[in-house]
Structure formats: structure tokens, C-alpha cells
Write a protein that binds this ligand. Structure first.
Ligand code: MN
Length: 436
């Protein structure tokens, strides 16, 4: 009997329907922040040698710009930046600094060819953090950009908290730095409060007013939207997105490099120029050197991202991988895994037996299946709770412990009272809204 309505294609691709609404840049400049914002994640510290290893893979894989760090942070950091700047990588080495003369000089002296000069733009940052007026911030920005530009550096001008700053001021500030020689403009969602739709509105407004030719976005993942917002920015023509491997970064992290690359490649068919088959290797290297284990369900590089246990799923994937996988694991250098457990079905088991050329009868398969199910259900959780506890112990305050710190203070001859003093920092009202 013939199928009365044979399918015309295996899956419909509705991304084609929205192609005309996307204004992706011709060339995407991947700007990696793993060694700067990624390293600012609590508990993460990369040695010079570790930064060299990560930068080496980033450069080989096709990343265009690597932020090596902020030289004024420490002598070790300055050494890292210098070493990376002189390593001869294909990727450009960038170093960052505030709108402070010493910071800019340190970058110039490091040998980095690119600088990111950053300052805050929103009123809450100006008033409470910088204690500077808009005019003072503008003057400092112009002077720093001018100095770096005259020293022959490629200059990116970055404002923190751009998306919560008054647009009239944002316009004035960025235009002034462009006049002073800024080559690339960076818009930041520092506390991760944009949504794709609002960010699109903001970027259109920014573009209408400032007319950037070369621009970046720096997104944070506080509410889980960093990748989505960055994708929106690319759709609006932003050409140099900031990313971190494994989504590392301050608090909940930054836009995940591997996710953004594969979103573009898989969903929009963009040739990013990134050697995607090395993405998993890069992810594992960073997981190891940062000491931040990946959640098993992390998109693409999590250990479960290409694993199937449930009977219906395994069966489908064995017949055709398109049933339950959006892309082939080999594309990012991974392998598919079938897990034998409580939810395993017949098809996966039969396929597993084939590995050794074993053909079993229906009854044998059923008996084996029952055994696998009861075995896994009865197994208990073993040392899993120890693993979770160790993980928590390490990540809850991974820096200098409180007792260690106060002992250090006492050891340096400072008297420390036993009772903590009341905190005087103003806090936002306990609202569900982000800083309104
Ligand atoms: Mn950041």
C-alpha cells in the first residue's frame, strides 16, 4: 500500500520566512572575553601559561579579537597581557583599561594592538560608583580615546550599563569619542536586563543617533537572555559580539561563544568562519583550566546534550537523528550517546547488542530490559551527594574565606572588632523590577 500523502520534506524550515528581517553583518568579528570577564567570575584565575593555552585554541579556532585582560590589575596580569601580545597569534590581542591615564599607558606599554576603554554611562553608576558628572565622564573618555588613538592603537570605546543610561547622553558621549578616534563602539547590557525585543528597539535608536560602522554588544546572562539578546543584536547589524567560552563571566556569566556560533550556523546557515569541530575541545579546556564544571544540561557542550535514554527518543534517533536532535554532534566534535537505564526501550537495546553482532530473541530482549530497569532503579545514588556537596563547598565563596581574611587583617597589625558593623550601602527596594 502506498502512503496517500508522502511528506515533501522531512522538516519545515521557517527560519527562511524571516530571512528578510535579518540584517546580519557580512563579517562577524568574534570578540572573546573569556580571559577578562570570564576570569572575573568569582573563584576563576588563569595563570599566564593557562591564558596562553586558551588564547592559542581561540586563535586557531577563528576568533578575531581576544581580550587578554586589564594590565593595571596586577603585575601577573600585566605579564599575561604582554606575553599574549607578543605570542604572534593570528587573533588580535586586546587589553582593557578605564578612562584613567595610568590604565591607558599600561595597555600601550603591553604591546597589545587593540584597547577597550571603558567607563559607566548610567546615572546610577555615575552618581554612586564613579561620583562623576556626565561632563567629567565625557572629558575623561575623550582624553583617553585620543591618547590611545594617537599611540596607534585600535580603540574600542565601551560604556558599562549603556542600556540603562539616558539616550541623549549616550549619543553625546559616543559621538564625542568617535570624533576623538574611537574605531569600535560597544553597547553593554551590564546587568542582563534586556529582552530581544527591547534590545532591538534600543539598538535601532542607538544606530539612528550614533550611526556606528563597527559596533559590539556585551551581554550578561542574569535573566538567561544573553545569547538571545546577542543574536538580536547581530540581526540588527552589530558585527563584533562579545562572548565567553562556556558562558563564563561575572555573576551568571556572559553570552556563550559556542551557543552563539552554533545558533548562527545551525539556525540561519551562516558560515561564521569558526572551526566548529573544535568547539567541544575548547569548552573542555576552559572547563578544566577555569575549574568551573559545566552543567550536564548546558546547551551543546553539556554532557547530556547529545545523550538519549528514553525509549521513544532513542528509537527515533536510531531511525533518523533529525527526530530528536537539531544538529549532528560531530559538527562540534562530539559523539552521540545512548544511555542504558530506567527509561531504555527495546530499540536502543537491540541496537546496543548489534555492537557485538548479537541477535537476541524477543523474550531475551524483554528479560534483559527488565533487568536493566530494576538494576538502575535499585542502584541508589552512590557518591552523588558527596559530589554535589563538594561542588557547593567550593563555589560558595571560592575566594579567601572570611576567617582567613580577618586573620590576615589582624596579622597586618590592624585591630578588628568582633561584632560586624551595620552596612550603609543603599539597596534597591525589594522589587521584582530591575533597578526601576
Ligand atoms: Mn561584563
Amino acid at each position: 500500500m502506498t502512503d496517500p500523502s508522502p511528506p515533501s520534506s522531512l522538516v519545515e524550515n521557517y527560519h527562511d520566512r524571516t530571512a528578510s528581517e535579518r540584517h546580519l553583518p557580512e563579517k562577524i568579528v568574534f570578540w572573546d572575553e573569556t580571559l577578562r570577564d570570564g576570569e572575573q567570575m568569582p573563584g576563576v584565575h588563569f595563570s599566564t601559561e593557562e591564558k596562553m593555552r586558551i588564547a592559542g585554541v581561540l586563535s586557531e579556532i577563528g576568533v578575531s579579537v581576544i581580550n587578554a585582560g586589564i594590565p593595571v590589575v596586577s603585575p601577573e596580569e600585566a605579564k599575561s597581557v604582554r606575553t599574549l601580545a607578543h605570542a604572534g597569534f593570528k587573533a588580535k590581542i586586546l587589553a582593557a583599561g578605564r578612562t584613567v591615564p595610568g590604565d591607558v599607558e599600561a595597555v600601550i606599554n603591553s604591546g597589545a594592538t587593540h584597547i577597550a576603554i571603558f567607563v559607566a554611562a548610567s546615572n546610577v553608576h555615575l552618581q554612586y560608583k564613579l561620583r562623576m558628572t556626565q561632563e567629567e565622564v565625557l572629558q575623561a573618555s575623550v582624553a583617553s580615546v585620543k591618547r590611545a588613538h594617537e599611540a596607534g592603537l585600535h580603540v574600542a570605546f565601551v560604556t558599562e550599563d549603556t542600556v540603562r543610561a539616558p539616550l541623549d547622553y549616550v549619543e553625546r558621549l559616543y559621538k564625542a569619542t568617535v570624533d576623538a578616534g574611537a574605531d569600535r563602539l560597544v553597547v553593554s547590557d551590564t546587568v542582563g536586563i534586556m529582552t530581544p525585543l527591547t534590545f532591538r528597539w534600543f539598538l535601532r535608536e542607538f544606530h539612528r543617533r550614533v550611526r556606528p560602522k563597527d559596533w559590539s554588544v556585551h551581554c550578561h546572562n542574569d535573566l538567561g537572555l544573553a545569547v538571545a539578546n546577542t543574536l538580536t543584536a547581530l540581526e540588527e547589524g552589530v558585527n563584533a559580539p562579545h562572548t565567553c567560552v562556556n558562558g563564563l563571566g561575572e555573576r551568571a556569566g556572559n553570552t556563550s561563544f559556542e551557543e552563539l556560533v552554533m545558533d548562527l550556523e545551525t539556525l540561519y546557515g551562516v558560515r561564521t568562519g569558526i572551526r566548529t569541530e573544535r568547539l567541544f575541545e575548547l569548552s573542555q579546556l576552559v572547563e578544566e583550566l577555569a575549574g568551573v564544571p559545566l552543567p550536564p544540561n548546558k546547551a551543546l557542550v553539556g554532557y547530556n546534550s547529545f545523550a538519549h535514554e528514553a525509549g521513544i527518543h532513542s528509537h527515533g534517533v536510531l531511525r533518523h537523528t533529525l527526530t530528536y536532535e537539531p544538529l549532528q554532534p560531530e559538527v562540534i566534535g562530539r559523539k552521540r550517546l545512548f544511555v542504558l537505564g530506567k527509561h531504555t526501550g527495546k530499540a536502543a537495546l537491540i541496537d546496543k547488542l548489534k555492537e557485538r553482532g548479537v541477535v537476541a530473541t524477543d523474550e531475551q530482549v524483554k528479560a534483559l530490559l527488565d533487568r536493566i530497569k530494576s538494576e538502575t532503579e535499585g542502584r541508589g545514588k552512590g557518591d552523588l551527594h558527596v559530589l554535589v556537596q563538594n561542588h557547593r563547598d567550593h563555589f560558595v565563596n571560592p575566594g579567601i574565606k572570611d576567617e582567613e581574611f580577618w586573620a590576615m587583617v589582624r596579622a597586618s597589625g590592624i585591630e578588628v572588632p568582633h561584632e560586624p558593623a551595620a552596612s550603609k550601602a543603599p539597596v534597591a527596594a525589594a522589587s521584582r523590577e530591575a533597578g526601576h
